[in-house]
Design a protein around this ligand. Sequence first.
Ligand SMILES: Cc1ncc(C[n+]2csc(CCOP(=O)(O)OP(=O)(O)O)c2C)c(N)n1
Ligand code: SF4
Ligand SMILES: [Mg+2]
Length: 301
Amino acid sequence: MAATVGVAEGEPVVQLTAKDFKGPVDPDWCPGCGDFGVLNSLQRACASLGLRPHEILTVSGIGCSSNLPGYFNGNGMHTLHGRALAVATGAKMANHELTVIATGGDGDGYGIGGNHFVHTARRNVDLTYVVMNNQIYGLTTGQLSPTSSIGMRTKSSPFGSVEMPVNPITSAIMNGATYVARGYSGDIRHLTQLIIDGIQHEGFALVDVFSPCVTFNLDNGHSFFKERVVKLEDEEHDPTDWKLACERAMAWGDKIYTGLFFKEEIPTLGKREPVLEEGPLAFKSLGLTKEQGEKIIQRML
Ligand SMILES: Cc1ncc(C[n+]2csc(CCOP(=O)(O)OP(=O)(O)O)c2C)c(N)n1
Ligand code: SF4
Ligand SMILES: [Mg+2]
């Protein structure tokens, strides 16, 4: 668990800044890693929304990017590879007053965690998923990931990848996600706004971020994206038009779009679950005696 700061009752509420969301440990990412820009944007977004660290839970899987909860001041969980969304869904259902933000990498989220990605989207769980997509396995020193481009040479594909990459944006839309955006970690102002809007959106919000791995993916570095990214806001784009959103999400040439692709307002899982109408489960009495509770815990250990 990362450290938290709270506000005691009656204490004046002080506007926090991005620095107040700096975690207890400094990132050990390589100099120039795109993930620095993502962490910075998330910290700015939380400050700008007036959130307090104790109101936020960041949940991750395993990877360079998945180390983020340790670098962020809030409640944090570093879980198993690919399982961030499963844990985040459980936490949100147990306490739907928490702002739950899942974070991680392309391998973690779209590979081993692909199953959870599909089901979290279709359930429209009210959480924000920030994926640091560097099109490679960074932590394990540079193998092919589900978003690596065809032809990409990596440690595990010395003759070039022969597999079609996953498109996170079209996949999210097709599976029922209700806020689907793409950012670039080199444009912190734009990314911060996408994260703010994602957190404010009621439902499953995906913010897929081009976050270059400057050590193992030399094909898709900052210069690659700087030359190509075009904001959807600067083109005529209607985020209620899913067909147009998918068409633009597939563009991968001189123009690669960032921004809000798709948005829809439909009830979240929490809103459809009648048990949650009476308030967060986390604060409900279990109706057990202390002895009964201890017996259950003992049996589970
Ligand atoms: C069950 C399991 N399988 C494999 C691994 C090894 N492993 C750790 S991180 C990782 C991939 C990380 O890639 P990504 O999610 O893209 O994160 P990045 O390091 O690129 O930020 C793998 C395969 C593991 N930790 N657990
Ligand atoms: S290996 Fe790549 S993803 Fe990992 S910290 Fe270094 S630059 Fe970032
Ligand atoms: Mg990766």
